[in-house]
Design a protein around this ligand. Structure first.
Ligand SMILES: Cc1ncc(COP(=O)(O)O)c(C=O)c1O
Length: 381
C-alpha cells in the first residue's frame, strides 16, 4: 500500500461552481463567489467582516500593514511557525520577537509572551498550531494590560473553536489559509477577519487589498470613481478559486467529522505506546479546544530516532513529514541575532516531531495500514 502524506479531497460541486463562474464571465476578484465565501465565513464564525485574500501569507501581510507597524516596533510570536508569520512583520521593517511554546500544546506560552514584552512591543501573533486554540483569554488579557494588538495566525485553524468561540475571531484581526494542504482548500487562498472596529481598520483593509484604492466602495456604489488612497497591493483571489472554495465550505462540518474519525483512530490505537520509551508524545486536544483536526503527530525521543522512524515508514510506503524548522535558528533568524539554544522547548519539539499521513478522504484500510506499520517500526527502532 502507498500512503501519501496529503491528498486533495473534492466534495463534488467544485467544477459545477467553476463552470457557473465561467458562464457568468466572472474570473477576476470581487466576483459573486468571493462575496458568497465572505458572507458564509462571517455568518458561520460570527465575524464582523471578512475579506478573502490570495493566501494566508498575504492576509498576515495585510494585517501587519493595517496595524501600522514601523521600523523599531516589535511583535511577539512563536518561533515554531511557518516563515509567513514572521515575514509579515519583517516586511514592514519591524522585528519578530520569538517566544517559547508549551510542550503540552505546541502553542505559544503566555508566560514567555509576558517576559518578552518591551517598550517597543506593538502586537502579539498567537499561532493556533494544528487547529488547537492558544490560551487566548490570557493572551488578550496581556494585550489589554500592555495596550497591544492581537493578530491571530489561524492559517491551520479554520472551523475550530476555543471556549466555544471560533478561532480567528478573538483578536483584532484573524488570518486563515485555504492552501491545498489545509482542511478547506482552493489551491492557494486565504482570508482576513476584521474583528476590531477601531481606527477604520475595515476601510483600510479594503483599500490595502485593492491596490491602495477605494475601488471596493466604488463597486458598492458609494463613490462615483475610485482613486489611489494609500499604499496597498493586490490581495484579491480569482472568483474561480472562490467558486472552488465555496464547494468545500458547503461541507465544512462534514469534512470536520471525517477528520475527527481519523484523529480518533490514530489517538485510540497509538495511545498505548505512550510512556514506553519510543513514543514520547502524541497529538492531544488541549483543554478548552474544539479543534478542526488539522493534523496528527508523534514525538520521538530525539532527531535520530525520529528520522529513522520516518525512513522505516517510507520503506513501507508511508509518507510522514516533519516541520517547522524553528525560525529563530534558521538562517534568517540568525541574521536577526537569534541562535540555536535560545528556545530549547521549540528546538526539542522541532527535532522530534513526526506528522502522520492525514487527509479528509483517508479510508479505514489506509488508517489501519498506517497504525499496523507504526507498530512494526516501533519494534525495529
Ligand atoms: C501557521 C501558518 N501560518 C501561515 C501559513 C501560510 O499559509 P498560506 O500558504 O495560505 O500562505 C501557514 C501555511 O502552512 C501556516 O502553517
Amino acid at each position: 500500500m502507498l500512503i501519501p502524506f496529503n491528498k486533495i479531497y473534492y466534495t463534488g460541486n467544485e467544477l459545477r461552481y467553476i463552470e457557473d463562474a465561467l458562464e457568468k464571465g466572472q474570473l477576476t476578484g470581487d466576483g459573486e463567489y468571493s462575496g458568497i465565501v465572505c458572507s458564509f465565513l462571517e455568518k458561520k464564525f460570527g465575524i464582523n467582516k471578512v475579506l478573502v485574500t490570495t493566501t494566508a501569507t498575504h492576509a498576515l501581510e495585510m494585517a501587519a500593514m493595517l496595524i501600522g507597524l514601523r521600523p523599531g516596533d516589535e511583535v511577539i510570536m512563536p518561533s515554531f511557525t511557518f516563515p509567513s508569520t514572521a515575514n509579515a512583520v519583517l516586511l514592514q521593517g519591524a522585528r519578530p520577537v520569538f517566544a517559547e511554546i508549551r510542550e503540552e500544546t505546541l502553542n505559544i506560552d503566555p508566560l514567555d509572551i509576558e517576559r518578552k514584552i518591551s517598550q517597543k512591543t506593538r502586537a502579539i501573533i498567537p499561532v493556533h498550531y494544528a487547529g488547537n486554540g492558544c490560551e487566548l483569554e490570557r493572551v488578550i488579557e496581556l494585550a489589554d494590560q500592555y495596550n497591544l494588538l492581537v493578530i491571530e495566525d489561524a492559517a491551520q485553524a479554520v472551523n475550530a473553536r476555543y471556549r466555544n468561540k471560533y478561532l480567528g475571531t478573538w483578536g483584532d484581526i484573524g488570518c486563515y489559509s485555504f492552501h491545498g494542504t489545509k482542511n478547506y482548500i482552493c489551491g492557494e487562498g486565504g482570508a482576513i477577519a476584521i474583528n476590531s472596529q477601531h481606527n477604520g481598520l475595515l476601510e483600510q483593509a479594503e483599500i490595502i487589498s485593492e491596490k491602495g484604492t477605494d475601488r471596493t466602495r466604488f463597486l458598492r456604489g458609494e463613490r462615483e470613481k475610485y482613486s489611489w488612497m494609500a499604499p496597498g497591493s493586490s490581495y484579491l483571489p480569482s472568483n474561480l478559486l472562490m467558486a472552488f472554495l465555496y464547494a468545500q465550505l458547503e461541507q465544512l462540518d462534514d469534512i470536520k467529522s471525517r477528520r475527527k474519525i481519523i484523529f480518533n483512530y490514530y489517538s485510540e490505537h497509538l495511545q498505548s505506546y505512550l510512556g514506553q520509551g519510543i513514543i514520547k508524545g502524541i497529538s492531544r486536544i488541549p483543554s478548552g479546544c474544539d479543534p478542526n483536526y488539522h493534523l496528527f503527530y508523534l514525538l520521538f525521543p530525539n532527531e535520530r530516532v525520529r528520522d529513522k522512524a520516518r525512513a522505516l515508514l517510507k520503506e513501507k510506503g508511508i509518507s510522514a513529514l516533519f516541520h517547522y524548522q524553528p525560525l529563530h535558528s534558521a538562517p534568517m533568524g540568525r541574521k536577526l541575532g537569534y541562535q540555536a539554544g535560545d528556545l530549547p522547548i521549540t528546538e526539542g519539539i522541532s527535532s522530534s516531531i513526526l506528522r502522520l499521513p492525514f487527509y479528509t478522504g483517508m479510508t479505514a484500510a489506509e488508517m489501519e495500514y498506517v497504525v499496523e506499520q507504526i507498530r512494526k517500526v516501533i519494534k525495529e527502532l
